[in-house]
Design a binder for this molecule. Structure first.
Ligand code: HEM
Length: 140
């Protein structure tokens, strides 16, 4: 559960994150490199460094997270369609959501540096965990 102070920190992190419009693609590139098994969901993508497909997909993921940041009080509703898509159509194993969350933390740390304080990291981790939980909700 995100406290009011967590929510404030999440908004602050997000404001800084979106100054780096490719940070979604960077997180995806880290995901594919660090956890190569995740590439099996994207057989139709060019996954090489600098790929336009990964860049565009990163923007979509970032936009979805931005939408979630705006709906911190109601994540289930905000992410409902995306949850359906990942569970029923794409059948992404939910363990992979956590792997992508880890990669986002690393990307945020590289861009935000000292601004990604332990408190900001903890709050953003709660947020990403909540997103992962909602994305995995429909598997039950
Ligand atoms: C598609 C968000 C995690 C695999 C998408 C789309 C969004 C999105 C916004 C595009 C939906 C559309 O075009 O209508 C997210 C978010 C995630 C997440 C917010 C977690 C924080 C993952 C993970 C995987 C994955 C971990 C697999 C390792 C896919 C695939 C597509 C997709 C295969 C379809 C790509 C295409 O063909 O264009 N996701 N995703 N997603 N996602 Fe995710």
């Amino acid at each position: 559960m995100l406290t009011d102070s967590d929510k404030k920190l999440v908004l602050q992190v997000w404001e800084k994150a979106i100054r780096h419009p490719d940070c979604g693609a960077e997180a995806l590139e880290r995901l594919f490199t660090t956890y190569p098994q995740t590439k099996t969901y994207f057989p139709h993508f060019d996954l090489h460094h600098g790929s336009d497909q990964v860049r565009n997909h990163g923007k979509k993921v970032l936009a979805a997270l931005g939408n979630a940041v705006k709906s911190l009080g109601n994540l289930s509703q905000a992410l409902s369609d995306l949850s359906d898509l990942h569970a029923y159509n794409l059948r992404v194993d939910p363990v992979n959501f956590k792997l992508l969350a880890q990669c986002f933390h690393v990307v945020l740390a590289t861009h935000l540096g000292n601004d990604y304080t332990p408190e900001a990291h903890a709050a953003f981790d709660k947020f990403l965990s909540a997103v992962c939980t909602v994305l995995a909700e429909k598997y039950r």
